[in-house]
Every structure is written in structure tokens, then in C-alpha cells.
Design a protein. Structure first.
Length: 263
């Protein structure tokens, strides 16, 4: 189905089912526990060693590790460990974000006023809050572009990993038809993100890894909305594989802090 038709269908589903969706959304908000971000420092390193890769995780609640106890088992720690294994180099990781942030809010609150971003790999984990708040496709893409320009301003050669918008139809916290309407809207934003990423050098869109239906509950924490440690591990491995692929590309070898060939 063409992207335009998907957008029309998404809007129509919200309009036609608005009363029921409103009731379901209020109930989900009322019964879903509010979990805090991960405890501990918002930065760390996988192991001691020379020339560590610098990894920055930017995003919403998943970026700040909601659903797990520490960042070591959250998206940052899991991605860093997988990237260290893939590249054979230690990885210094850092987290920047806020639970509940949309893409536009992240740019305005954290990226534009922040100190210069100095990273070799930047992972962007956004989309759930833009889906829930019904951000338009144009607003979503504009925010991604603003985010990219801020990152490129101080980390020109960074590999940018844009995580796919999560498949919200699989979130156990949502009843039907709310889960399917949100899932369709998430898919619309994800399609726009794919098109946007293809138009930029060293930007890779990484879809969420497929999960068997029977395994879905294990991938979520107690609130049935955020990932569990297992969910973050699967997700982080996919992000790290894409980052390693970009970093090892022949055209980029001369721009890395050290040459990846063993000398």
C-alpha cells in the first residue's frame, strides 16, 4: 500500500474510532504503572583499553532505560556491549534524553542547548511519543532533520543509527482496537523515517528485530509497555550490527580514530 494511502487510512481510523479509542487510552494511562528511568550514571565504558569508540544514545524513555534497573541492561549498555564485541574495541557510551519526549521536544530541550556532541556512533530511539501524540509526518521528519543537523554540527563523521519506530500493535499494554490503530500510525511514521534516512549519507534505518508472537511477553517489562532486559538485548544487538557495518565500510576507514586493520 502506498504511503499516502496508509496516512489516509491512519487518520480515518482515528476519526471513526475516536470515542472508543479515547476510553481505552484513558484506561491504559490509569492502570499502567509509571516506571522511572534506569538508575546509575548516564555514561560508562565496556572495558578499559585504548581508542574507545564513542557511542551516544539519544531518545525517549527507552533511551533512558525505563523498564530496567540500570543502563547496563538497558539500551545503552546492551548496544555498547554488542558493538564492542563486533568491533573488538572498547565502547564509551552516553545517554541523552527524557521519558515522554517527542522528537521535536528532544531537539528543543536537550540537543540544541547541549554541549557539542562528540561521538563516533549516534543511535536515535524515538517515535512512540510522536505516535501517541499524533505528530504529523511533516513535523516528525522536520524534527529528525533538525536532530541530524545538530549532531552533524559537531560530529561530522558519526554513523547515525535511526531505530525504527516500535511496532506498537505488539505492545501488550494496549487492547484492541487501540493497539492496531497505534500500530498503523507507528508504521506511517516509520515509513517516513525510512524514506528520510535513505536521503542522507551514513544514516541507517534499523527496523526492530522480529519476535515470535509467543516470545512477545518476555520482551516487555512489568508495565507491558517498555522493553525488558531481554527486549533491550535483542534491540541493542540489531543496532550494534548496523553501526559496525557502517564503521567498517572501506570508504570510512580513513576517518575513524584508528584504522580498523590490525597493524
Amino acid at each position: 500500500m502506498r504511503d499516502h494511502a496508509l496516512r489516509v487510512l491512519s487518520i480515518a481510523s482515528f476519526v471513526l474510532l475516536a470515542p472508543l479509542l479515547f476510553v481505552q487510552a484513558r484506561r491504559v494511562r490509569r492502570v499502567t504503572p509509571r516506571l522511572p528511568p534506569a538508575n546509575g550514571p548516564h555514561e560508562g565504558i565496556t572495558a578499559a583499553g585504548p581508542h574507545p569508540l564513542r557511542l551516544l544514545i539519544i531518545g525517549e524513555s527507552t533511551a533512558v532505560g525505563v523498564g530496567v534497573s540500570t543502563h547496563l541492561v538497558g539500551l545503552a549498555g546492551q548496544t555498547a556491549r554488542a558493538l564492542a564485541e563486533a568491533t573488538g574495541r572498547p565502547v564509551f557510551w552516553r545517554v541523552l534524553g527524557r521519558s515522554g519526549a517527542s522528537a521535536r521536544a528532544l531537539v528543543a530541550e536537550f540537543i540544541e542547548p547541549a554541549a557539542p556532541i562528540d561521538a563516533d556512533v549516534v543511535v536515535i530511539a524515538l517515535g512512540v511519543n510522536d505516535t501517541i501524540s499524533l505528530s504529523s509526518v511533516a513535523c516528525w521528519v522536520d524534527a529528525l532533520e533538525a536532530l541530524l543537523q545538530c549532531v552533524r554540527g559537531s560530529s561530522l563523521d558519526a554513523a547515525i543509527i535511526l531505530s525504527g519506530v516500535p511496532p506498537m500493535q505488539r505492545f501488550p499494554a494496549f487492547p484492541a482496537p487501540l493497539r492496531y490503530v497505534l500500530g498503523l500510525r507507528a508504521h506511517v511514521l516509520d515509513r517516513a523515517a525510512i524514506t528520510w534516512a535513505r536521503g542522507h549519507t551514513a544514516v541507517r534505518h534499523v527496523p526492530h528485530p522480529p519476535v515470535a508472537r509467543a516470545d512477545v511477553p518476555v520482551m516487555f517489562c512489568a508495565d507491558r509497555f517498555h522493553p525488558s532486559a531481554s527486549g533491550y538485548a535483542l534491540w541493542g544487538a540489531a543496532l550494534a550490527a548496523a553501526a559496525s557495518d557502517i564503521l567498517s565500510a572501506p570508504a570510512r576507514r580513513s576517518t575513524l580514530p584508528i584504522d580498523r586493520r590490525k597493524e
